[in-house]
Write a protein that binds this ligand. Structure first.
Ligand code: TRP
Length: 330
């Protein structure tokens, strides 16, 4: 059985892109692997979140994860800051992380350029903390997006460096998790390639039906095809991509035929159908999110049991690492 680990920063709500791009795969992963799903609240500190919002955001992500079907019986679901072992291993690994390589990290350079007044040490060592998250459970696989691949590469470097330095093969080489199928990429509603919260083109799992209808209605379209069998422009293709995911094949074929016939004035109907089918997918999830969010006892139980399981696994690694590095108790 392989160990899989995934982390998410608590910075907003899950959207349709997260659901089809990641969650759907996580549900399969938790059946077949030893999975750790955690909320990286320490990582979110680089931008100094408002303390009240930090807690709200962690609760939202936890509730959304559970509502989507991540199962605390099958996977270890926890909050990073509940596992102090991570902080200690982070300290130890920091001694083997060099300024030059940290400064060269793409994400660091980008953030430093965007916020020149907040180039803090935590931002610099962000990849070390992420490596710690992964190595503390000696994970085999980490499902990551393109933007996190360099961090995973650095994690392998730290694992190698540690092994070499202390003459051990203790840490494994974590690699990107390869999903069985192509990842489904949900495009934005504004004609852009990808649904993302920073793009502001999202349908969130917690959006009320009215909100979803409004957003879909506003999605970018035009006057219709300029003739029969013309290629679809990107923003129309995007609507079809989402339709394919949430609707039945005959609905997709129906609108595809309309496009190919060169007919016009059917976008309104298609959007109505699209909104309706998105709502069908998200409504049960939204209802569960709202139930779970308000169930303080359940959230407390999940977080507590998750932390216990995570600490047990992390504690073992940390004890081994201490010994390898020469820490001994008197
Ligand atoms: N850096 C990741 C992101 O911004 C979040 C993260 C933190 C993470 N620790 C991790 C992802 C460990 C995978 C494994 O998306």
């Amino acid at each position: 059985m392989k160990t899989v680990l995934s982390g998410i920063r608590p910075t907003g709500n899950l959207h349709l892109g997260n659901y089809y791009g990641a969650m759907v795969n996580f549900l399969k992963m938790q059946e077949e692997n030893k999975c750790f799903f955690f909320i990286a609240d320490w990582h979110s500190l680089t931008t100094h979140p408002d303390p009240k919002m930090l807690h709200v955001n962690v609760r939202n992500v936890l509730s959304e994860y559970l509502a989507c079907g991540l199962d605390p019986e099958k996977a270890t679901i926890y909050i990073q800051s509940d596992v102090p072992e991570i902080a200690e291993l982070y300290l130890l690994l920091n001694m083997h992380a060099y300024l030059g390589e940290l400064e060269k990290t793409v994400s660091f350079k980008e953030k430093a350029r965007q916020n020149p007044d907040n180039v803090n040490a935590g931002l610099l060592t962000y990849p070390v903390l992420m490596a710690t998250d992964i190595l503390i459970h000696n994970a085999d696989y980490v499902p990551v997006g393109k933007d996190q691949e360099q961090h995973l590469e650095m994690t392998r470097n730290y694992a190698n460096r540690f092994n070499y330095k202390y003459g051990t093969d203790y840490f494994k080489q974590p690699t990107a998790y390869n999903f069985d199928q192509e990842l489904i990429k949900i495009p934005g509603l504004d004609g852009s390639g990808k649904m993302g919260k920073s793009e502001g083109n999202c349908i969130y799992l917690i959006d009320e039906p009215k909100e979803i209808e409004k957003k879909v209605k506003r999605a970018l379209t035009d006057n219709g095809p300029e003739g029969a069998n013309t290629p679809k422009p990107d923003y129309i293709e995007n609507l079809f991509t989402i339709l394919k995911v949430v609707s039945t094949p005959d609905v997709v074929a129906y609108y595809d035929n309309l496009w190919n016939s060169g007919a016009t004035k059917w976008y309104g109907n298609m959007k109505k159908q699209l909104a309706e089918d998105i709502i069908k997918v998200t409504s049960p999830i939204r209802e569960r999110i709202n139930d779970i969010k308000n169930d303080a006892a359940y959230l407390h139980k999940v977080a507590k049991e998750g932390a216990e399981k995570a600490r047990e696994s992390a504690g073992k690694t940390l004890q081994d690492v201490r010994e390898i590095m020469g820490f001994k108790s008197f």
